[in-house]
Design a protein around this ligand. Structure first.
Ligand SMILES: Cc1cc2nc3c(=O)[nH]c(=O)nc-3n(C[C@H](O)[C@H](O)[C@H](O)COP(=O)(O)OP(=O)(O)OC[C@H]3O[C@@H](n4cnc5c(N)ncnc54)[C@H](O)[C@@H]3O)c2cc1C
Length: 575
């Protein structure tokens, strides 16, 4: 690591230190120096390549050699799990110093990461497009689900004044208002992009949930069991190497679930349940964020101003907000707003061409011939959860052994639940695989169970439908037959429901990037599909890192796979 004059980073909000090979002593010294400096940058990136992940004994040796850094080594050690070959973002010292040290650790041969290291030399970061000067950075984020709140938080932490507008009267008025959901990695034998992305997402979420939320109330680090049921389209399963040469790092993520789970079930140790609205509220709690509800945007309009394009957010022709940068994170509502933005850009371009005497009948076509409203192929996907209070469920009593001398021929038929052990009825942890089941989640009315979720591509309204309760019960019967048996009477009479609308694009990856066919400054962060709780925070961080020219929180190839423009080149990436 190059030695750093103490004052080099003064006056910079974001600073980057590059280590071609991870040297723990130099890294720890830089971290301590940053902590001790009252004029430290708010974000300190450290990029380092390690041929193999730091082992327990490496960290122990560092602690012995530098006892003054024991606290830092403990914090680092706590995050050194699951470091498979590839890129990992470890978030350090977030509390109580006000700032973050982001260690991006690349595990594998240095040659694989050489170009990447070269792009981020030690020093300030270089944004690819000019940012307004510090103090003049304001942005409008549309939508305050988990995607909008994550974006707002990531930008606020980088000094932006963020106005968040939402159609609802509270944050998390859309799909992110779901009462409880699962955060869990996706696995695939070939470790596909969505699998790698989901791990980066889970790591980011683990950190956010630990630092911003109350465990046991807002979320719980339970782990998640995944059952692999016949008839599922996805092959599933972890890469072969995770049982062999990469066993330690791989199994920190996913391994065979221990009995009594079925033999092919998986165990995701870092899985969790989350009440996402709690996280949304916590993310929005930042002095640089202003939230405004009942603010449904119906159009976006690009206006030329002296300092460049300004985006106006319109409702019934009135301007709700305006700024040079706008991020659309409206879930299923995003498509319509993006189409209006593209139409506005095309109209402006046609007007300019017309004024120059060059507009043809086709003046509203974009440069590449695509129609301006041909934006993102976002599709709605309504879903419903069935739930109830645990106190309402008949508690199974253990099958009593006959009293001494009692006749064994008694023709007593016990109630249906009596042969169920409590553990069969309430699995030890959340289970997913064909829908999901979670229990012991605290709600205002008491501890609750949740079974879900349905998938409905026809009805795009968030309404609770009896047919979906039946679907959820059928799914539960396949997933956890004993639980389904115990809950069936409640499904027949008195089950509660919650419905929301997810949205996705055909390759089922999120969309994060500048909007094509629109003037500069308009970005999108949407299409989280069924994995928004795992991916949205990471996507918000990606967007902010791109604006600031920072090292990305994921491999460049994955960031590219999320680009909004991928649909315009007609190239899709297999999830
Ligand atoms: C039943 C169900 C179960 C699910 N279970 C899981 C799970 O277990 N794990 C998981 O990871 N994911 C799960 N999901 C998916 C997850 O909820 C979503 O991926 C995630 O919440 C999407 O977040 P978002 O911020 O992109 O969108 P949303 O949460 O929908 O937020 C969009 C926001 O934009 C606002 N808005 C919309 N239009 C406008 C407009 N024109 N102007 C202003 N504001 C606007 C809305 O009011 C809303 O607040 C589930 C979804 C459902 C429906």
């Amino acid at each position: 690591m190059p030695s750093l004059p103490a004052h080099a980073w003064h006056g910079h909000n974001i600073w980057c230190i590059t280590q071609a090979t991870l040297e723990l002593p130099a890294f720890l010294d830089a971290w301590a120096q940053w902590l001790a400096d009252p004029e430290r940058p708010r974000l300190l990136h450290v990029l380092a390549v390690a041929a193999t992940a730091p082992s327990h004994s490496d960290l122990q040796a560092a602690a012995n050699a530098q006892p003054e850094h024991t606290g830092l080594i403990d914090e680092l050690s706590a995050q050194c799990w699951g470091l498979l070959p590839g890129m990992h973002r470890l978030r350090l010292s977030c509390r109580p110093v006000g700032g973050q040290l982001l260690l991006t650790l690349c595990v594998g041969p240095t040659t694989d990461f050489a170009a990447w290291l070269g792009r981020h030399p030690t020093g300030p970061c270089n944004p690819s497009t000019a940012l307004p000067p510090q103090g003049e950075r304001s942005v409008t984020v549309l939508g305050s689900g988990i995607a909008g709140a994550s974006t707002a938080r990531a930008l606020a932490e980088r000094g932006w004044q963020v106005t968040v507008l939402d159609a609802g009267s509270t944050p998390a008025a859309g799909a992110s208002g779901l009462p409880v959901g699962l955060v869990a990695p996706h696995t695939s034998p070939d470790d596909s992009p969505i699998s790698r992305l989901s791990r980066a997402g889970v790591r980011a979420m683990q950190h956010a949930m630990h630092t911003l939320l109350q465990a046991g109330t807002d979320w719980a680090p339970t782990g998640v069991q995944e059952r692999r049921l016949p008839g599922k389209t996805r092959k599933g399963g972890a890469p072969h190497s995770w049982s062999h040469e990469l066993a330690e790092a791989g199994q920190a993520w996913t391994c065979a679930a221990p009995p009594p789970a079925p033999p092919n079930a998986l165990w995701h140790a870092k899985g969790a349940w989350l009440r996402p609205a709690r996280l949304v509220h916590a993310l929005l709690q930042h002095p640089n964020i202003r939230w405004q509800g009942q603010a449904k945007a119906d159009a976006l309009q690009a206006v030329d101003a002296a300092q460049g394009t300004i985006w106006q957010v319109l409702q019934d022709g009135q301007v709700l907000a305006q700024s040079a940068r706008v991020v659309v994170a409206c879930g299923p509502g995003s498509a319509q707003l993006l189409a209006s933005a593209a139409a506005s850009t095309a109209a402006t371009a046609a007007g300019a061409a017309g004024a120059a005497g060059a507009a043809g009948a086709d003046g509203a076509m974009a440069d590449d011939g695509a129609h301006p409203t041909d934006t993102l192929p976002i599709r709605s996907l309504r879903g419903q959860i069935s739930w109830g209070l645990m106190a309402e469920v008949a508690t199974p009593t253990p099958a009593a052994s006959p009293a001494p001398g009692a006749s064994t021929n008694t023709r007593h038929t016990p109630p249906q639940t009596t042969h169920l052990a409590l553990a069969d009825m309430w699995p030890a942890t959340p289970v997913n695989g064909n829908g999901s089941f979670v229990h012991s989640v605290p709600t205002e009315q008491g501890l609750a169970w949740f079974a879900g979720s349905s998938f409905d591509r026809v009805n795009d309204q968030p309404v609770v439908l009896p047919a979906d309760h039946a679907d959820n019960l059928a799914r539960l019967q396949a997933l956890l037959p004993d639980t389904a048996q115990a809950l069936a009477p409640l499904f027949a009479n008195g089950v509660r429901g919650w419905a929301g609308v997810r949205c996705s694009v055909p390759d089922r990856l999120p969309v994060v990037g500048p909007v094509v066919h629109a003037s500069e400054g308009l970005w999108v962060n949407a299409a989280m599909g069924s994995r928004g709780l795992t991916l949205a925070l990471l996507c918000g961080e990606l967007l902010a890192a791109r604006w600031h020219g920072e090292p990305l929180p994921m491999e460049a190839e994955l960031a590219q796979a999320l680009e909004a423009k991928r649909f315009n080149t007609r190239k899709t990436i297999r999830p």
